[in-house]
Write a protein that binds this ligand. Structure first.
Ligand code: ADP
Ligand code: ADP
Length: 228
């Protein structure tokens, strides 16, 4: 089953700049892959097309069998709930506890309180944060903060987890730990797309890598082809 499919997608911004040119690829259910490339290569634009904060100029983006062109108005927020997002700067609410931050997506979804508490504890325990439930984000280390950001992104069991430079602010050991966490998601059926500049780290993960260069998909490297 394919979760995400780009079919000959191009994006030209209003100023006339071609940010993406004829991009095609697909992501299977439970697959993890990286997207890399220099600054300006089109990585953020690709995420924006998935998130529906931008629309393609040409081509089609399919998500879970649905053409995103047809997702409009109130359906956009429903679509976004199926895409969990992790940011470099984690974007936690600083005046809310860890548990409250992670509860938020479920509250917005109108889930029952007892279900929310149970699910949040389950996810925090899985990410090694069970003992930090009541802490405020400011009381946590950088690695813990990023794990809370990941907990918030996966608590609602999205089809796809999208991470934009998730280890940009972490030292190499913590970055590797966070990447291992992403690598464990596919076991539960969640596909994972990570945008990263960190080539040494990407190499070590031995996952599929898409390379963007000036808006073009230059390479789509399978794990088997990743030689040392
Ligand atoms: P990356 O994330 O790989 O750095 P981006 O997707 O942000 O690349 O940008 C790709 C290209 O599109 C860049 O040349 C950038 O300047 C341009 N671009 C990005 N957003 C806009 C915009 N809103 N309007 C015009 N040009 C843009
Ligand atoms: P920008 O870098 O333009 O400030 P943001 O910081 O809001 O954009 O987010 C980083 C990138 O991740 C943007 O391209 C944004 O559209 C994208 N993004 C945010 N949330 C999601 C999501 N749930 N799924 C996919 N992409 C997302």
């Amino acid at each position: 089953m394919t979760v995400l499919r780009f079919e000959s997608v191009s994006k030209r911004y209003s100023g006339g700049h071609d940010a993406l040119i004829d991009i095609s690829f697909e992501v299977g259910e439970g697959e993890m892959l990286f997207v890399t490339g220099h600054s300006g290569a089109g990585k953020s634009t690709l995420l924006k097309l998935i998130h529906l904060s931008e629309r393609p100029s040409q081509g089609t983006v399919m998500f879970a069998g649905r053409n995103l062109l047809k997702v409009r108005g109130g359906q956009v927020s429903l679509h976004r709930r199926q895409v969990g997002a992790v940011y470099q700067d984690h974007r936690l609410l600083t005046d809310r506890s860890v548990a409250e931050n992670v509860s938020l997506p479920l509250i917005l979804r109108g889930e029952r309180r007892d279900h929310i508490g149970k699910r949040v504890r389950e996810v925090l325990t899985r990410l090694g944060l069970g003992h930090r439930e009541r802490a405020l984000p400011g009381e946590l280390s950088a690695g813990e903060q990023q794990r809370v950001g990941i907990a918030r992104a996966i608590v609602s069991e999205p089809r796809l987890l999208v991470a934009d430079e998730p280890t940009g602010n972490l030292d190499p050991a913590l970055a590797a730990e966070i990447m291992s966490l992403f690598a464990s998601m596919p076991e539960r059926g969640t596909s994972v797309l990570v945008v990263s500049h960190d080539l040494p780290l990407i190499r070590r993960m031995r996952k599929r890598v898409l390379i963007l260069d000036h808006g073009k998909l230059m390479d789509d490297i399978s794990p088997e082809d990743l030689a040392d």
